[in-house]
Design a protein around this ligand. Structure first.
Ligand SMILES: C[S@@+](CC[C@H](N)C(=O)[O-])C[C@H]1O[C@@H](n2cnc3c(N)ncnc32)[C@H](O)[C@@H]1O
Length: 203
């Protein structure tokens, strides 16, 4: 953390808003803005939050689904407890982590992934890693998403976005690219929103 980074963060309106409203991360507003645009979170919904720590998205999801809903959060690193959220520490690429999720539910209404690779600074390499992680998220979604369900997945802008769409769009009713206004302009991140899952009838 450099001094300049700390100064920029203090000036950031979403960082301040998150502090004031009791959210653990400014990232919360990215999900909020996506949700206000495409209405994904509903009372009683079952949500899987991948790459969840420190927990801003999980906090918001738990609020929106309410006590009758389910929120399962997964991350490589620990997360402090959130009321109404079941946390699994593990790597989403690993079978053991996926099995632990499946023991809780195989019928999520919504899967949200804010997973980021650790950045190398080499944009080509980072975009490739981001695609590999998003691919993992989408293939796992095929195992635990209910028919008609939705997925939000973070990607880094580039040709890789089209690659992911080409790989998975046919399994959904529609796909949209969204860059929420709280996502910093200088950041190459964006989100793909896949809606209306249609599981393959083959096999
Ligand atoms: C940008 S943060 C998520 C912030 C979160 N959405 C929030 O609102 O607080 C990205 C997270 O992805 C996690 N992550 C990266 N690779 C992962 C993997 N393979 N499996 C699980 N989590 C992963 C990181 O540990 C990190 O906590």
């Amino acid at each position: 953390m450099t001094r300049e980074w700390i100064r920029q963060r203090k000036r950031d309106p979403y960082y301040r808003k998150a502090k004031a409203e009791g959210y653990r991360s400014r990232a919360t507003y990215k999900l909020k803005q996506i949700d206000s645009r495409v209405r994904l979170l509903k009372k009683g919904g079952r949500v899987l939050d991948l790459g969840a720590s420190p927990g801003g998205w999980s906090q918001y999801a738990a609020e929106r689904v309410g006590p009758g809903g389910l929120v399962v959060a997964v991350d490589l690193i620990p997360m402090d407890r959130i009321e109404g959220v079941t946390f699994i520490q593990g790597d989403i690429s690993e079978k053991d982590t996926r099995e632990r999720v499946k023991e809780i539910s195989k019928e999520f209404d919504l899967i949200i992934s804010d997973i980021s690779p650790s950045l190398s600074g080499n944009r080509t390499l980072d975009r490739g890693r981001s695609l590999a992680l998003a691919w993992e998220v989408m293939s796992f979604s095929g195992e635990v998403l209910r028919k008609g369900g939705n997925v939000v997945v973070k990607m880094f802008q580039g040709n890789e976005v089209d690659e992911l769409k080409e790989g998975f769009a046919s399994g959904f009713r529609r796909v949209d690219n969204i860059k929420p206004k709280s996502s910093l302009k200088r950041s190459i991140e964006m989100y793909l929103v896949f809606r209306g899952f249609e599981p393959s009838t083959e096999g």
